[in-house]
Design a protein around this ligand. Sequence first.
Ligand code: ADP
Ligand code: MG
Length: 239
Amino acid sequence: MPILEGEGVTKYFGGLAAVSNVDFYVDEGEIVGLIGPNGAGKTTLFNLISGALVPKSGVIRFQGANITGLKPHRICKMGIARTFQSVKVFANMPALENVMLGSLFGAPNSVAPAEAVREATALLDFVGLSAVGATPAKDLTLANQKRLEVARALATKPKLLLLDELMAGLNPTETAEAMALITRIRDQGITIFMIEHVMKAIMSVCDRIMVLHHGVKIAEGTPQEIATSKKVIEVYLGE
Ligand SMILES: Nc1ncnc2c1ncn2[C@@H]1O[C@H](COP(=O)(O)OP(=O)(O)O)[C@@H](O)[C@H]1O
Ligand SMILES: [Mg+2]
């Protein structure tokens, strides 16, 4: 059974079908990539999965349960966490406290503050930020703010992690580190659905890739199949 599946998922903004009748699934333990040109509807699909937006029609199921239209905090507590294309950290709050928020407010079971500190400390270490726990988030580099978002998402103890352009704006070294981090997260038993433009990362990290174009799913397959798909090259890779 897929951990996440969608059937006929559709979202309009005015007359624009940002996501149009999209079927998708993510199997437990997979790393699935979501690619497509700017404006294809990728972030909108993540907003529909995480509850930030409600679809006009279609059904989204997580671990077999219908989550369509549930509020974001409920979906988070059920086990879906996310990061954002433009990082959303609490700028003046120290890194450690940013991560604690995930434990305190996003986890399925309530966590005492002392336990939240322990969890956040371990997660900062896991993402490579143990040296900057006391630093206000706004003073971290973009790469480190992105790691911080990952740590905060992990603090909610997700079964599924949605990553929206984690590598955008990172240099090659930081990109390689982000790729390694994604693999380590999957090795912890967390399923990953990731939007990415960095093809090298997508092709080497993902088990399977899905392609959106103008809100429509135009291809789905292994990295090899996607890299050689005429349709995908025409609308996206060939750019
Ligand atoms: N909140 C919104 N209101 C109106 N239009 C939106 C909104 N969010 C996204 N769109 C439009 O929906 C389309 C898909 O956007 P988005 O999902 O952000 O694409 P992607 O993440 O693939 O670049 C774009 O045409 C975008 O301008
Ligand atoms: Mg986007």
